[in-house]
Design a protein around this ligand. Structure first.
Ligand code: TYD
Ligand code: MG
Length: 447
């Protein structure tokens, strides 16, 4: 069937043969996207819709045999955890993250662990559209990867990549990695690499190929300044799994987060340390986010945040200094600054802490970002501890949400968090079970 492409407005459906900045029909800027249109003209048959499309067959739900999904372990424990126990044949995974966060490093390690040794029966195809094969080799050397089962392909033409995949011996290909989808182009479209139309079409073609051969496909996706995957939003819809790779580039901790997963739980996270020889999965997560050997210093309280099904212990640190300006400063790192304002208001009004003439700094140790209200109590206690300059025992963990009345509320999975903390040596848990109000807790612990 012959193809040609047109520019179609994503807002109103207006079609044009060339690109225009503004849609002449609805007036939206940059809404025209190059789209492939089939020229196969269909004939109208009475009583039937579309061209010669036959009716499809339905299947009875009760007649479908139950099969357990076969999982392929990536042998990278934290990646397996995020994927929900391993890869599923034909699964398309989009790995998104800022440049330099470690996407290529993770995928090189994945290629090494999926291709077993020298046997030709298990190869991984690594399409390097972004870097040259030599650059990938330099990285692999650094990671100590010597496997000969990794085939590198320096190509950006998606159709020739697909033909290359077809040429592999049946069942020999374990996975295809495309680094990155934004560099891929097809000559069927005239748009530039990275344009909405190109990214959408290339991803779609790769996906179809991977599904038809039952090979897991990994696509690297760039992230825009606004923090979304560059290219069409449809990219995240067509893949099975979207993994977000994040972390503070100045620190070594990296968090891999499943934001969409058709074959497993979302909200699950994997934690890695970026070391000089690659990413190391971290199983004993609490070590990373808790200051090692906590000293007896004021302004530090441990709490527990849920990352998926797993409680992670983090340390909240606070520092209070007399303000030198007409407006006191409130600096929050790792927590929402509006939440901090609210908690400071509660502390001032309900607990009698005159914080209006102090600068307040709050930080989550280890560079983790927490959004849960379950950390409220720990934040308040850390601030109060810093204010009175009295340390709170390192064996105490505080978990609870704080309301505007200063009351401590129960949080989800409270028992699980406390249990996990006691397993790791915390002796006292401060929660809504023992205290009703934050003011009362501060009095008990600090006065
Ligand atoms: P990279 O995987 O190239 O990032 P991305 O593909 O997401 O752009 O990783 C880039 C950073 O990781 C780079 O700044 C160097 C660092 N790095 C290490 O610290 N240790 C290593 O073993 C490797 C390979 C990279
Ligand atoms: Mg890269």
């Amino acid at each position: 069937m012959a193809f040609h492409s047109k520019y179609v407005c994503q807002q109103c459906g207006y079609e044009s043969t060339g690109w225009m900045g503004k849609c002449p029909e609805c007036g939206t800027w940059n809404s025209l996207v190059e789209t492939i249109i089939s020229t196969g003209k269909g004939q109208w048959v009475k009583g039937k819709r579309g061209s010669n499309t036959p009716a499809s067959k339905t299947v009875k739900l009760s007649e479908i045999k139950q099969t357990t999904t076969k999982r392929i372990s990536t042998k990278i424990s934290e990646l397996d955890r995020v994927l929900g126990g391993g890869l599923v044949p034909g699964q398309a995974v989009l790995i998104a993250g800022e440049p330099g966060i470690g996407k290529s490093t993770l995928l090189t390690q994945l290629a090494a662990s999926l291709s077993t040794g020298d046997k030709t029966s298990s190869t991984v195809l690594y399409v390097c559209g972004e870097e040259s094969a030599t650059q990938v080799k330099v990285r692999a050397d650094r990671l100590g990867v010597k496997k000969s089962g990794i085939e590198l392909l320096e190509d950006t033409d998606v159709d020739s990549v697909i033909n290359t995949i077809d040429n592999f011996q049946e069942k020999s290909l374990q996975a295809v990695i495309v680094d990155s989808v934004q560099t891929m182009t097809t000559s069927d479209l005239s748009g530039m690499a990275g344009s909405v139309g190109q990214v959408r079409e290339c991803a779609f073609r790769l996906l179809k190929e991977a599904k038809s051969l039952d090979i897991p496909l990994f696509l690297v996706g760039h992230v825009t300044k606004e923090g979304t995957v560059a290219g069409p939003a449809v990219l995240t819809h067509i893949v099975d799994t979207v993994l977000w790779f994040e972390g503070d580039k100045t620190l070594t901790t990296r968090v891999l987060r499943a934001v969409k997963n058709r074959f497993g739980p979302t909200d699950e996270v994997g934690v890695f340390e970026m070391e000089d020889r690659g990413l190391r999965p971290v199983d004993d997560v609490e070590r990373v986010f808790l200051e090692k050997d906590q000293k007896h210093v004021s302004g530090s309280v441990a709490t527990s945040v849920m990352q998926g099904t797993r409680p992670i212990l983090v340390e909240i640190q606070a520092l209070i200094v007399p303000t030198k300006m007409s407006f006191p400063r409130r600096v929050a790192q790792g927590i929402d600054s509006r939440r901090l304002e609210l908690l400071l208001a509660v502390l001032t009004r309900r607990c009698g802490l005159p914080l209006y003439d102090s600068d307040v700094f709050v930080n989550v140790a280890g560079g983790l970002k927490v959004t849960e209200p379950a950390t409220d109590l720990a934040i308040c206690l850390a601030i109060a501890s810093a204010y009175f300059d009295k340390p709170i025992s390192a064996k105490i963990i505080a978990v609870g949400e704080i309301g505007l009345l200063g009351e401590i509320r129960e949080v989800v999975a409270q028992a699980k968090r406390v249990k996990e903390a006691s397993r790791l040596g915390f002796t006292t848990a401060i929660t809504s079970k023992d205290f009703d109000y934050v003011g009362e807790t501060i009095k008990k612990l600090l006065k």
